[in-house]
Design a protein around this ligand. Sequence first.
Ligand code: CAA
Length: 373
Amino acid sequence: MSFSQIGVVGLGIMGAGIVEVFSRAGYQVVGVAESAAAVTAGQSNLAKSLDRAVSKGKLTQDQSDEITGRVTFGENFELLANCDLVIEAAPEILALKVEIFSKLDAAVKPSGILATNTSSLSVTAIANATARPTKVIGMHFFNPAPVQKFVEVISTKHSDSQVVSEIVELGNSLGKHLAQISDQPGFIVNKLLLRYLNHATQILDSGQASKEQMDAAMRELSGYPMGPCELLDLIGIDTCVEILKTIHADTKLEIDEPAPGMVKLVSAGHKGRKTGSGFYDYSAKLDVPTDPNQDVKNQVHNDLLIAYLGDCIAMEATGYATKADIDSGMKLGCGLPNGPFEVIESLGIDNVRKAQAELSERTGITAYQPLPL
Ligand code: CAA
C-alpha cells in the first residue's frame, strides 16, 4: 500500500506534533479537531514548533511554508474520507476514543487504516468499535513527536499482519525506530516511565525530597534531559493520572495508584505546561532545577533508579519486550542517555539485585524485591 494522505484527529500537543512529523516528511495531512477553537489551537501549536525551527536556522521560512501548505485543517470528519491512514490523538478517555473510531469508521474509505496514539488504553477495545478491526492498530508517538525517534506499534488479536508491516515501513520512512508489541496497559515505555514518575511524586508527597532536588538528582547523576517533575509537566499531569489508572486497574499494585500529589494538582487545574502551571509555574522562563544537598540527591537518585531498573528486568523476564526494545524505547522515546540494560551492565546485575533488596527492606514495599533466582 502506498500512503499519500494522512489524517490526524485531535490537535493538542501530540496531535499537532504528529501532523508536523508527517508534513515534514512530505505527506499531505488533514488535521481535524472537535471545535473551531481546538483547530486554531492546533494550527498555533504547529506554527510555534515550525517558528522555533526557523529561528534556530534548522528550517528556512520557505521550507516552513511548504510544510504548512501540505496541511489542511478543519472540524469535519468528512475531510478524512480519502486518507490512507488516520491517527487519533484525543485525550485518554476510552469512551471518547470509541466514539471517535465509530465516526472514523463511517467517514474514512474502507481501505484506510485507523490508528490510535493512546498512551495506555486497550487498542482491542478501540478496534472493536469499528467494522474493520483488522485495520486498527496502535501507533504511539512520544512528546515532542518531531523530536523523539521512537514509535510503539501495537497490534491486537484482530490486526492484519500486512497492515502492521505497512505501518512499520511507513514509520521507518519517517526516520523513526519502531517496536512491535502486543496490547498491554502502558505498552513498553509508559509502563516503565509512569511508575517512575509516580514513584517520584510519592517521594515528594512523603516530604523526603523537594521537586528541585529530585529533578536535579536525575539530571545531574543520570544525565536525564529532564527530571521527573519537569517531565510530568511536559506530558500533562492529567494524562499521567489517566495512564496510571489504566496501569493500576491491571496490576492492582499500590505503587501504581496515582500519587495524591498529582491528583491534587490536576483538581486545582495545574495540569502542567499546557495550562501554564503544574509542579512548576511557566509564566516566566524556568531555570534548570538545582539543589546543593548532595545526600538527598544521592538517596532519591538511588531509589528512583533502582526501582526503575527492577521494573525493566521484570518486564524483560515476562517476555513482553526484548532488552533491545526496552533500551531503544527509553533512549529514543524519552531522550535518556543510556538504556536501562546498558546501565545494569555497567553497575553489575548482582549489585542491582542487592540494591533492590535493600530498597524493598527499607521501604517495606515488596514490589521492589528482586525476582527470585
Ligand atoms: N516541538 C518540536 N521540537 C522541539 C520541541 C517541541 N515541542 N521542544 C524541543 N524541540 C526541539 C528543539 O527545537 C531542539 O531541536 P534541535 O536540536 O534541532 O535544535 C531540540 O528539540 C532540543 O530542544 P531545546 O534545546 O530547546 O531543549 P532541550 O535540549 O532541553 O530538549 C526536550 C527539550 C527535547 C523536550 C528534552 O528535554 C527531552 O527529550 N525531554 C524528555 C522528554 C520525554 O521524556 N518525552 C517522552 C514523554 S512520554 C510520552 O510522550 C508518551 C506518553 O504517552 C505520555
